[in-house]
Design a protein around this ligand. Structure first.
Ligand code: G4P
Length: 537
């Protein structure tokens, strides 16, 4: 390993962090996340032909593992990937998130590794109820959020109505940076509100290359676009009146969202969005540890594990921990310390991971994501560091809403069952709750949505050879409680208290109504909400 003097290390980590933008795309399934990702790659110069784009798409879908098979059948994305590419003189780290509300907890964890998020909406659909939760998760994390209203090339809803909906339903005020000229389905270009200039787009076949842009001033735009320009001008005046203008401080606090209109398919507006990621989204900043102290970017290496995934590929059968670098320089091969166990951890097998493709990664800087292979003892929320001890706050777990007892069908498979359940628990596929009195054979699986159960059942059977049956319970609400309150709660009707592997006690209630009543009657009981508990279902 190269030994760096403190001076060299300091300047490098700060400079490299400043060049990085680490963000996640969140969207409804089908709103265009995959297409937009490909177009980002195109503008980043990582994909140069249309054929390449198609290949990337097929490559993403041509996956081999069992539960990816499930993704394919259901047309959903469960696993998430990380993608790095250069743009201008920056390095972009793009984190993919699952596009289904049932996997909100997974999205929540990925967002722990991001400095900003791009929310993609379909212009014809706006905010869709089943994914409202994903966006609220983002709001909950107070992450700076950019909004991309996609598919403007085909008929859709009114632009003002769409931004109004975002404000009403998510509680983030959209501040349009660009505004469309031409109704959905007749998309001509956008006005860049920062300069007042009109960016006119030209279509290219299959969106295979960058969309040519012509910059016009207002008079030329009026002459070229006629009524479409007049309508856009009227709407722009209205926006100025309601002061829907970008404010850096409010954006960084997650209160307002710079909004862009475009079409990922035809590439219209993609460059402006990617430029905004570089120009508006924050670069990695020092992260605060569990004692509330910020670890400087130029401190020795440290990072937070935000995702663990096993057996992604039958031919590998291994476990990858995704770590976001928080400080310093990561160098493959260095032996770091695992903060929770205090054990050394060898980083010989460090990769950048995009879907099934793995490439060895040699060096990484704050904001980058490293996939650590064979991370046996590593769990979501763990910190790894070099030299100076640090532990980042663990990622809080999400409020589950569904609870089912899981039992192995064939008791001769008890060992595989236990191993499988422990593995799913560590990966955070589902939360595993146990009644200490009943032991390990009939734990309760807790999830945000039923699809998490499907993944768990499928993996227990196919990866661990332990077919199981699930029996739903009547519980619907969970609260964190303590030992003292547990004693009182256990005696109550419609309530049970269970434990997670990390020792957290959860009180489960059959209804919110019942919870409220118990809380009102016995205000001394500890009943703390989990993350996301206030969010809409
Ligand atoms: P997702 O990852 O968010 O689920 O969405 P994805 O990009 O896969 O896009 C879903 C569908 O919407 C795709 O069509 C895609 O081509 C289309 N699409 C994405 N962006 C735009 C856009 O800006 N305008 C229009 N008109 N369509 C868009 P598909 O028919 O399901 O797939 P494909 O056969 O085109 O690949």
């Amino acid at each position: 390993m190269t030994v760096l003097t403190p001076g060299e290390r300091a300047s490098d980590a700060v400079t490299e962090a400043a060049r990085r933008r680490t963000f996640a795309i969140i969207s409804h399934p089908d709103a265009g996340k995959t297409t937009l990702t490909e177009k980002f790659l195109l503008y980043g110069g990582a994909l140069t032909t249309g054929a390449g784009a198609v290949k990337a798409r097929e490559g993403r879908k041509a996956v081999t593992s069992d539960w990816m098979e499930m993704e394919r059948q259901r047309g959903i994305s469960i696993t998430s990937t990380v993608l790095q590419f250069p743009y201008r003189d920056h390095v972009i780290n793009l984190l993919d998130t699952p596009g289904h509300r049932d996997f909100s907890e997974d999205t929540y964890r990925v967002l722990a590794a991001a400095d900003a998020a791009v929310m993609v909406l379909d212009a014809a659909k706006g905010i869709e109820p089943q994914t409202l939760k994903l966006f609220e998760v983002c709001r909950e994390r107070e992450l700076p959020l950019l909004t991309f209203i996609n598919k403007w090339d085909r008929p859709g809803r009114d632009a003002l109505e769409l931004i109004d909906e975002v404000e009403q339903r998510i509680g983030v005020m959209p501040t349009p940076v660009t505004w469309p000229v031409g109704i959905p389905g007749d998309f001509r270009g956008v006005v860049d509100r920062r300069t007042g200039r009109y960016v006119r787009f030209t279509r290219v076949a299959r969106g295979a290359t960058e969309a040519p842009e012509e910059i016009l001033d207002a008079d030329d735009a009026a002459a070229r676009e006629g009524d479409a320009w007049t309508q856009a001008s009227d709407e722009l005046s209205l926006l100025s009146e309601i002061r829907a203008d970008h404010d850096d401080e409010l954006f960084r606090a997650g209160e307002t969202s710079p909004t862009f209109f475009g079409s990922a398919l035809t590439n219209f507006g993609v460059r402006l969005l990617l430029d905004a990621v570089v120009d508006l989204a924050p670069s990695p900043a020092p992260r605060v540890d569990e004692d509330g102290k910020a670890r400087p970017l130029d401190a020795p290496f440290s990072g937070l594990v935000f995702k663990v995934q096993s057996n992604m590929d039958k031919s590998h059968r291994d476990r990858i921990a995704y770590l976001r670098v928080s400080s310093g320089r990561f160098e493959r091969g260095v032996v770091v310390t695992h903060a929770r166990t205090h054990k050394p951890f060898a980083t010989k097998y460090a990769h950048s991971v995009f879907g099934q493709e793995r490439e060895t990664i040699e060096v990484a800087w704050p904001g980058d994501v490293v996939g650590l292979v064979n991370a046996t003892d590593v769990r979501v929320g763990d910190t790894l560091y070099l030299d100076e001890h640090v532990a980042y706050p663990t990622i809080p777990s999400f409020a589950p809403e569904q609870f089912s007892v899981v039992r192995v069908r064939d008791t001769s498979k008890a060992k595989q069952f236990r191993k499988g359940v422990a593995q799913l628990d560590e990966e955070g596929v589902v939360q595993v709750l146990r009644d200490p009195a009943f032991g390990d054979m009939a734990p309760i699986l807790a999830a945000v949505g039923p699809m998490q159960f499907e993944v768990a059942v499928h993996r227990l059977e196919t990866e661990f050879g332990a077919p199981v049956e699930l029996s739903p319970t009547a519980y619907t609400v969970a609260r964190v409680t303590d030992e003292e309150s547990s004693a009182a709660l256990r005696g109550m009707r419609g309530v049970t208290v269970l434990e997670r592997a990390d020792g957290t006690r959860l009180a489960l209630f059959e209804s919110k109504f019942w919870l409220d009543r118990v809380a009102a009657e016995q205000p001394d009981l500890r009943l703390d909400p989990l993350v996301g508990a206030r969010l809409a279902g």
